[in-house]
Design a protein around this ligand. Structure first.
Ligand code: ARG
Length: 286
């Protein structure tokens, strides 16, 4: 009898437990899918869009500089912003000193660079370039009363350049690697300041930057000298070697802003007139 009672009890208990479990499950199950299905769909959208980090040496007006608010602005910045929009990518500009700027690309600290970078065969060995977006050339700045008339006159004179630029390259070629007369500065404005102070006889740098400086520093008393011996240069956006996926996006964006006229608008905003027939043709060509 006690045995039967015990068995009975256990059986009943088991039935009740099973029932409770069913009820419990039954109660829990409906809200679970109701709560879990729509919620994640709404709050876990596609992973946040990648923001491409763009390195630029923002001491190079009118191409890249910092305004009073510390924002990075300029022709290059507008071009990249417009091209990025066409390419459907997000970008963020980070001020990056020219010295070491190419290392930040190689190390992956920057996704790409826009910094008035001249496309050269040497650089092409360590990075990839977009199609050209601007035509440039070296230009000599001297004091107004200077007797310097052409590049060759700089052979034995003190010349300021920004270290590691194409300006540095041309003067190194003229004076020789060992020349003590080449003064290399961290930025182009520093080289031009040195010319103002008389520490160098001339500065060789990209035409757009020299012209902008002369126009905005009338007190500096400079004049400029162009020389036919300077090779034609073209600026390109640089990506890490082999990053064709990003390069294709940038090239598509650049092509699109040339087609729809926004490139020409940006050009006119900074340089006062639309690019000449030759410039966009060169800019559009490979
Ligand atoms: N175009 C020249 C070069 O590639 C100078 C560029 C310097 N750019 C700058 N943002 N500091 O060598």
């Amino acid at each position: 009898m006690p045995k039967m009672t015990t068995r009975h009890f256990l059986q009943s208990a088991a039935t009740v437990l099973a029932g409770l479990l069913l009820v419990a499950c039954g109660k829990q199950q409906p809200p679970a899918p109701a709560a879990s299905t729509p919620a994640p769909a709404a709050s876990a959208p596609a992973p946040a869009a990648k923001v491409y980090v763009v390195g630029t040496d923002a001491a190079y007006a009118p191409f890249e500089s910092q305004n009073e608010k510390g924002e990075i602005v300029g022709f290059d910045i507008d071009v990249v912003k417009a091209a990025a929009q066409k390419a459907g990518i997000e970008v963020k500009f980070v001020n990056t000193p020219w010295e070491g700027i190419f290392n930040t690309l190689a190390q992956g600290d920057r996704d790409f660079l826009v910094s008035s970078i001249t496309i050269t065969d040497e650089r092409k060995q360590t990075m990839d370039f977009s199609s050209p977006y601007f035509d440039a050339q070296q230009l000599i700045a001297v004091k107004k009363d200077s007797k310097i008339a052409k590049f060759d006159d700089l052979k034995k004179l003190k010349v300021g350049v920004q270290n590691g630029t194409t300006g540095d390259e041309v003067i190194t070629k003229l004076q020789g690697k060992e020349s003590a007369n080449i003064k290399r500065f961290e930025s182009t404005p520093l080289a031009l300041k040195e010319l103002e102070g008389g520490g160098v006889d001339a500065v060789v740098a990209d035409n757009g930057v020299v012209v902008h400086y002369v126009n905005n520093n009338s007190g500096s008393n400079f004049k400029t000298i162009s020389d036919a011996s300077f090779p034609a240069e073209q600026y390109g956006v640089a990506v890490k070697k082999g990053n064709t996926e990003l390069l294709e996006k940038i090239n598509k964006g650049l092509a699109d802003i040339k087609t729809d006229g926004s490139y020409q608008q940006i050009y006119t905003k900074y340089f006062g007139s639309a690019p000449t027939a030759a410039a966009p043709a060169a800019a559009a060509s490979k």
